[in-house]
Design a protein around this ligand. Sequence first.
Ligand SMILES: [Zn+2]
Length: 384
Amino acid sequence: MEFELWYLIVVPVLFVAGWWFRGLDQRQREQEQRPGTYYKGINLLLNDQPDKAIDAFIEVVKLDPETIELHHALGNLFSRRGEFDRAVRIHNHLLNREDLPTHERSLALFELGNDYLKAGIYDRAENSFQRLLKEPEYRLDAMRALLKIYCTEKEWEKAIDIANTLEKQAGENHQMEMGHFHCELAVQAIRGKQFDKAKEQLQKALEVDRKSVRALIMLGDLAMLAEDPKTALEHWSQVEKVSAEHLTLVMAQMAKAYEMIGQHEQAMNLIHRALDDHSGVETLSIALDLIAKSEGEQAAQKFLKEELIRRPTLWTYEKLAQLRLKANPEDTELQLLVTLLKPYVSRPGRYRCAHCGFVAKGFQWLCPGCSSWGSYSPKREEEV
Ligand SMILES: [Zn+2]
């Protein structure tokens, strides 16, 4: 009887001890393995072998799930490599671990928002950043990310609200962007033929950004739609005062408006002023059209000859050759000259973003390359 009792107590104790010692042995082996694998991962990263580094880090995370920093590093590595599903899985894992301190989980939520943002899943990114608005540590960064999302999603009213809050709470200046947001709302209103609403938005654009060239140009366009060239000229004249180089964007319409109200002299004054200040293919082309229409092709030829003396360019010479050929269509030498010159001058100049260098055929208020507002020079790059 006594023997049986002894047996019942000792056997389980030995079993538990064996299990514990086996666990200790395994833990020791893991601790020995962990630094080796960790340094191997770092080495692979330094040697620009991110694939192998990821494998090594996964191994460490398996051996010791408490290594939060490694989880973050691994998640960011996946995110940077464009493997967003893996990054999301890691950041979600951290976010859902209730044993972690709040700031670690907030960081995971912020990283998760960035994963979704980079992957282009904007509704989920918006949701992550909205949740972070309650966290003082991430509030401002979350608002900056939300501003990007609202611009991409063309949710201009929400963008205006966030930009306003950022101005108040972070002391940042978003006036120029807010001016564009109101202009974008005006563009939407014009598409819906809500012209009064568009005008209201353009006035608001000028309230937040007195130098909004775009709002002035659009107000002029609206006046022309209402067949009111006088009011259009009032708005467009402001463009030159605010930013003289943007005059090229409205010069053709201004000349047309002056002609409509019978002020040919004013139109010519404007063209000559523009030529003196910003002579480029754009300005020359508008001037040439205007002179040819109002004063005839002889006057246009005279204008081009003067321009060639002032600033000789291939473009001006080709235009002159074209006009001469028009007057003498049988002249074979002129025909040959125009044919030879054409390939060199037929391409119109492009517009370039001063911020990232993205080149576009048409003038852009928002860069399609780097999403900067107002970064395009209104002058085309001369290709002749
Ligand atoms: Zn750009």
